[in-house]
Write a protein that binds this ligand. Sequence first.
Ligand SMILES: Nc1ncnc2c1ncn2[C@@H]1O[C@H](COP(=O)(O)OP(=O)(O)OP(=O)(O)O)[C@@H](O)[C@H]1O
Ligand SMILES: [Mg+2]
Length: 257
Amino acid sequence: MTILEAANITKRFGGLEALRNIDLKVEAGELVGVIGPNGAGKTTLFNILSGVFRPSSGKVFFRDEDITGMKPHRIAEKGLVRTFQATRLYSNLPVLENVYIACHIPARPNIAGDIIGLPSVKRRESQARQRAKDIVSLAGLESVSLELARNLPHGYQRTLGVAVALAAEPKLLCLDEPVTGMNAEETQFMMGFIQRIRQQGITILIVEHHMKVVMSLCDKVAVLNFGRKIADGKPEEIQNNKDVIEAYLGRQEESVA
Ligand SMILES: Nc1ncnc2c1ncn2[C@@H]1O[C@H](COP(=O)(O)OP(=O)(O)OP(=O)(O)O)[C@@H](O)[C@H]1O
Ligand SMILES: [Mg+2]
């Protein structure tokens, strides 16, 4: 089953064409990578999929529904949840609380019930508590669950950012550069988490510069360069693609090999 389809997406910012005629299909259960040099249009594509920007032309379908131009919160409610290149956290709250708060977003608020302490509200609270704990443990963050978010090293803050996104109950989770700026140990830690998320049956779309991560994690990879899709296929096909090698040539820090 196709969970996401971007059809013929073009995005212009004034005179700049950030994306041109992009097609992308993601099947349910897949882990798909989007790679490309700086400024290739990767984040712009995520912004369009998640409703931050409306495409200049083209359409986005999520679970067979046309979501083009829908507001980001509506799209998130439908199960397409994304993280941002810069992590957004409640830095003065503990790790577990950050996830717990996010666990409430899918539930419908019952303010009157909250005030008088209805049993149904209490049940919902304890379910959310449990879910937050489960997510923190899936993320491998139990040992720091009471630590304030701001005290975590950078890599663990980013892991927490993904845990928060997971709390919104995504069917498709879009990760924008989850390991960029991480050291080797943090990268391993995040990759383990992404694999465990995938094992839960959640479809993942990942934008990443780090080639090793993309090549080892993804089933399929699409390559953007100057707003165009220059290749897509299995990681091994992409690695040997002449256009892809050329697009990355001269960029020592992100060579394809
Ligand atoms: N809101 C905006 N207004 C104008 N131009 C924009 C806007 N957002 C992105 N762009 C331009 O669109 C192009 C694609 O940018 P985008 O951020 O999508 O690239 P990227 O592939 O995510 O790059 P990076 O790897 O650096 O994150 C760039 O030329 C960028 O300057
Ligand atoms: Mg980007």
